[in-house]
Design a binder for this molecule. Structure first.
Ligand SMILES: *Cc1c(COP(=O)(O)O)cnc(C)c1O
Length: 609
């Protein structure tokens, strides 16, 4: 049976048991069970499920791994970490992060004013806040206010201009002064799609000359004692461990040099984020080449070695990995609305008394298809369809003939593939492309998987049920936006096979996995589809609970969000309807109520699934 690469991407979080996909945790509820429970309340369209136990698992793995490496290497500094809010700022994701992180004093990282406000209000006592990204005087003042309110906050400066503003605020206000970090510009570069965060041409960070200048400025302003951290971040989804090691050597030496130069309060090195997640579901796919254990042990060992060589006290190690913490916690469940090539079903064949000779011949081929002749017959059929389509264009055969021809050829290809395994590999790929089934999902790729649209980032996908049956249809997935980019095409190199389902008789749900990092805030309201309904699922020993339901925006609300006055819109619709002279009063009021219901629901389709 097809396991959809579960062993590659799921980290044992999910298992297939008989027909269904289960959460591999405590009472092991199935995704279908959870989905059906939610849908029993008349919920339609896509749903986003959050599993807080998976966030807890990742936070524990991160801390346990680093703490173990620290012990192993007799390292003298502590391990500390913050969650970068930009990876997922949604309330119930953040709540899961802060509550699971409490016992480790796991902190938050902010990159904008809104995120800083969030960090200030959601930080648990004693946990660190770090602030990255470009900052103006207002944002710097906010950080001073955070410090004054008792937070352990470090402002990481990206350029000398920011440092000058910090000095100015420190000299002109009575607020407490936050810790100061310097982001260093490394010449070692990262790897992977996002490798633009480091290197001499990077967007962020101070050069060696600027670092020396910064220390002088701090000294002169008598603020050097607030300088506690150096920071770097080489990019997201690091595939290779080598660049991070090179960066660590460079940053470690900068740290040691600064200590020697008299930065006495300097006590932390922040190595940024970038820990990779497995999104692949085919066995020959390239995966990142390190485990969390190898990662932590390399970081701890290297830093210890550099500091010992320069006789410098071991710094605390900070990390800011976000993708690694939250990617696995969210699963998008989408109903399938339609299988398009159901249109080629054999039952729909409607041969006439008398048919064009080529169609008669196709029918003969189909009827007599056998393992010994099927390759030859298949080639004949492919030849005939070309001729028949030309005959149609020239007006010699009618639409019914064309429909019959398409159905016959489709079924000849399908049956041949079952009858023989001897088709040449290249031809087979092409046939699978021709024969692919298009699955229409009740969701928007732009809203729920924007990195697929923007970066062709693959997300693991599989049906959440029907696993006792063989999946035989090469599948492409289409969303309900009317944009042709809203498609996950069939890739014969990494084929996705789904089930042949008669949707008039049964449901079919697809799950998209590892969608908990970046997708939600990046999701866009293309065609005005909104963030799907979301639910937090808390699993216990004997059952599960569905909590924190957040309904997606209604059709009126989404129009409001982009600046329309919904009252005005509704009034206009009602006035137009009332002015219509073809309706009885009763009919009018019924129609008005229907309109109101539609406006109050979200825009996803409410048909069958
Ligand atoms: C985005 C970002 C992170 C998080 O990166 P992940 O790949 O999600 O771990 C960490 N630090 C900084 C400075 C960032 O910009």
């Amino acid at each position: 049976m097809n396991s959809y690469g579960l062993n590659i991407w799921s980290d044992d979080n999910f298992v297939i048991d008989q027909d269904e996909v289960l959460l591999n945790y405590k009472s092991k509820p199935s995704l279908l069970e959870i989905t059906q429970k939610i849908r029993s309340n008349n919920v339609r369209g896509p749903i986003l499920l959050r599993f807080p136990h998976l966030i807890k698992k990742q936070i524990s793995k991160l801390y346990n791994s680093f703490n173990f490496s620290i012990q192993e290497n007799n390292y003298k500094g502590n391990f500390r970490a913050v969650f970068p809010l930009k990876v997922n700022q949604y309330p119930f994701a953040v709540q899961a992060v802060t509550s699971a992180g409490k016992k480790f004093s796991y902190g938050l990282e902010a990159g904008s004013k809104a995120e800083l406000i969030l960090a200030m209000s959601k930080s648990t006592n004693g946990s660190p806040i770090t602030v990255n990204g470009f900052k103006d005087k207002e944002m710097i003042t906010l950080a001073f206010i955070a410090k004054h309110s008792g937070h352990d906050i470090t402002l990481t400066i990206e350029g000398l201009g920011e440092l000058k503003t910090i000095i100015e605020v420190a000299q002109t206000s009575n607020l407490k002064i936050p810790n100061i970090g310097l982001r260093v510009r490394l010449h070692a570069t990262g790897s992977g799609t996002w490798a633009k965060s480091a290197g001499m041409d990077a967007k962020f960070g101070l050069t060696a000359t600027e670092i020396l200048e910064a220390v002088k400025l701090l000294q002169k302003a008598e603020l050097l004692s607030y300088f506690t951290m150096i920071h770097f971040h080489i990019g997201s989804q690091m595939e290779d461990i080598a660049p991070i090691k090179r960066s660590l050597r460079e940053a470690g030496n900068i740290y040691a040099e600064l200590k020697v130069l008299g930065a006495t309060s300097l006590n932390s090195i922040n190595i940024g984020g970038g820990l990779a997640v497995n999104y692949e579901q085919h066995s020959d796919a390239k995966l990142h080449n390190y485990s969390i254990e190898e990662f932590s042990s390399s970081v701890v060992f290297l830093l210890g070695e550099i500091m010992d060589a320069k006789n410098v006290k071991h710094p605390d190690i900070f990390t800011e990995s976000g993708r690694y913490i939250v990617a696995s916690h969210a699963v998008l469940i989408t109903p399938v609305l339609e299988l398009f090539t159901q249109d080629y079903h054999e039952d729909l064949l409607n041969l006439q008394e008398k048919n064009p000779p080529l169609i008669e011949e196709l029918n003969e081929l189909y009827t007599h298809l056998a393992p010994t002749n099927c390759i030859e017959y298949l080639h004949d059929a492919l030849d005939h369809i070309e001729s028949l389509l030309t005959l149609f264009d020239l007006g010699y055969i009618n639409l019914q003939d064309r429909s019959n021809a398409e159905i016959l050829v489709h079924n000849i290809i399908k049956k041949s593939l079952k009858l023989t395994s001897k088709i040449n590999a290249n031809e087979l790929k092409q046939l699978q492309v021709n024969l692919q089934e298009r699955y229409l999902i009740n969701a928007s790729i732009f809203q729920s998987l924007p990195d697929y649209w923007g970066l062709k980032q693959h997300f693991p996908v599989m049906p959440i049920h029907h696993h006792t049956k063989k999946a035989v249809r090469g599948a492409s997935i289409w969303d309900i936006t009317c944009d042709s980019d809203g498609e996950i095409g069939f890739n014969p190199e990494k084929p996705l096979y789904l089930h042949d389902i008669d949707l008039s008789k049964e449901d079919y749900f697809l799950g998209f996995f590892n969608v908990g990092a970046y997708q939600e805030a990046l999701g866009m309201s293309h065609n005005l589809f909104t963030h799907p309904n979301e639910y937090t699922v808390k699993i216990s020993e004997n059952s599960f609970e569905i909590l924190n339901a957040v309904e997606s925006k209604s059709t009126l609300d989404i129009l409001n969000t982009i600046g329309y006055e919904s009252d005005k819109l509704v009034r206009k619709l009602k006035t137009d309807l009332n002015a219509s002279s073809f309706m009885e009063e009763k009919e009018k009021s019924d129609t008005l109520s229907k309109l109101e219901i539609i406006l109050s629901q979200n825009g996803y389709l409410r048909t069958t699934s």
